[in-house]
Design a protein around this ligand. Structure first.
Ligand code: MLT
Length: 410
């Protein structure tokens, strides 16, 4: 008899964004005429940069000609893209990386979800709360978390609450942990850590033989000069941190799919005899076994963002989204909401009015002004009473959404 992985039964019914999509669909079925503005899932709306589109066309033409056709590529990515990443994304920060420390993939979601496979089953994981749900759900599926309690917490996960009391910045865990997921600029709160604040985590990991899984998917949205773009800007981080980056939001690749993960060869973890092992080797083994690389045209397209035209074009789209973020922040503040984030990140985190729960506020926005956001409770128990809006909408929809929210009867 085939038996299921019963860890899946420990998950909440639907993945957060699937649940939101389900509710929108139900509302649309009941109100087919509704003009719904979606600022829920952080999905980009502006088209690919012309430099990217040109590169894609060229690469597709190459694939159609016998002399330039390519079959399987290297699982960890083509050198032409890895070289550009090291030169453009890390060298200017003073971070040196070797070619075999960068792994191209089809998404930071997949990589942050899959990375847990190379760690022991009994690892204790720590997550900020609220948190991007993939880190938690992937560990639940792997059987590492125990069951979900009535308080919305899994019994074996260590939660690091990010609340107004600590200015939405996590504090070190009070019990020993092995793996720490950090995402900065943060999804969902839009908050950032300065270098000295990040150093506290690197020092903790070094002192406790823990590993930091650092999701930097939103680093390109940082506007202020004193915010680190990479955890490797902190001394010692190359001993204890794996970093995830993505072209999804940086270059509009949510539907195109390309990202990369940095696993320095100096990052070690231990077997049950206490012998150290390079995580770079384990991740290489995992990727070469289970992943066949990102397609050649897509990697060529990603490399095109590093040309001078590509850089200028993606920067102008990022500026566009960050102007949306400012419009949302200012609009909500004028309407009397308490808001966080949106300065160095494309997400705005707001406190729900009148002590409404996150899902009550979701339903109110959808039914009264047809605006969709993401309920904070979907990101963890400390997200209850908060709500997230994304700056990735079109300018027109962002402005219309703000007008509608200002008209809400509270
Ligand atoms: C979000 O809305 O949090 C993101 O779109 C999720 C993702 O990038 O997978």
């Amino acid at each position: 008899m085939a038996k299921i992985n019963e860890n899946y039964s420990k998950l909440p019914g639907n993945y957060l964004f699937s649940e939101i999509a389900r509710r929108i669909q139900a509302y649309r079925a009941a109100h087919p005429e509704a003009d719904i503005i979606r600022l829920g899932i952080g999905d980009v709306t502006q088209p690919l940069a012309p430099a990217v589109v040109d590169a894609l066309h060229r690469a597709v033409t190459e694939m159609g000609q016998a002399e330039t056709f390519r079959g399987y590529g290297p699982e960890q990515g083509y050198d032409f893209l890895i070289e550009k990443i090291i030169e453009n994304d890390y060298k200017p920060l003073g971070v040196q990386l070797d070619m075999d420390e960068v792994f191209i993939s089809d998404g930071a979601k997949c990589d942050t979800g899959n990375i847990q496979e190379i760690f022991s089953q009994d690892s204790i994981i720590a997550v900020t709360d609220p948190v991007y749900p993939v880190y938690v759900d992937s560990n639940v599926m792997a059987g590492r978390t125990g069951v979900l309690g009535a308080d919305g917490r899994y019994e074996r996960i260590v939660y690091l609450p990010c609340t107004e009391a600590n200015s939405l910045k996590p504090e070190l865990p009070e019990v020993p942990v092995d793996l720490i997921y950090l995402c900065f600029p943060n999804n969902p709160t839009g908050m950032t850590l300065k270098k000295d604040e990040l150093k506290v985590w690197v020092d903790y990991a070094r002192a406790n033989q823990a590993i930091i899984l650092f999701d930097a998917a939103y680093e390109a949205f940082i506007q202020e000069p004193d915010i680190p773009h990479s955890i490797y800007e902190v001394e010692g981080a190359k001993e204890v941190a794996i970093e995830f980056r993505s072209y999804s939001k940086t270059a509009g690749f949510t539907g195109t799919r390309c990202a990369y993960t940095v696993v320095p060869k100096t990052v070690m973890a231990y077997d049950s005899d206490g012998k150290s092992h390079s995580l770079n080797k384990l991740w290489l083994r995992r990727q070469t076994t289970k992943f066949n690389g990102v397609s050649y045209p897509i990697q060529v397209a990603a490399a095109a963002i590093y040309t001078p035209e590509g850089q200028a074009q993606i920067k102008s789209v990022i500026d566009y989204y960050m102007t949306n973020a400012r419009i949302i922040r200012e609009g909500l503040t004028q309407a009397g909401f308490k808001v966080y984030g949106g300065v160095n990140a494309p997400y705005i985190w707001l406190k729900t009015p009148d002590n409404l729960s996150s899902w009550e506020f979701f339903d109110k926005l959808l039914s009264e002004v047809q605006v969709v956001g993401t309920p904070g409770a979907g990101f963890g128990p400390s997200g209850e009473g908060y709500f997230r809006l994304t700056a990735f909408g079109s300018r027109e929809n962002t402005e219309r959404a703000m007008e509608r929210i200002k008209s809400l009867k509270l």
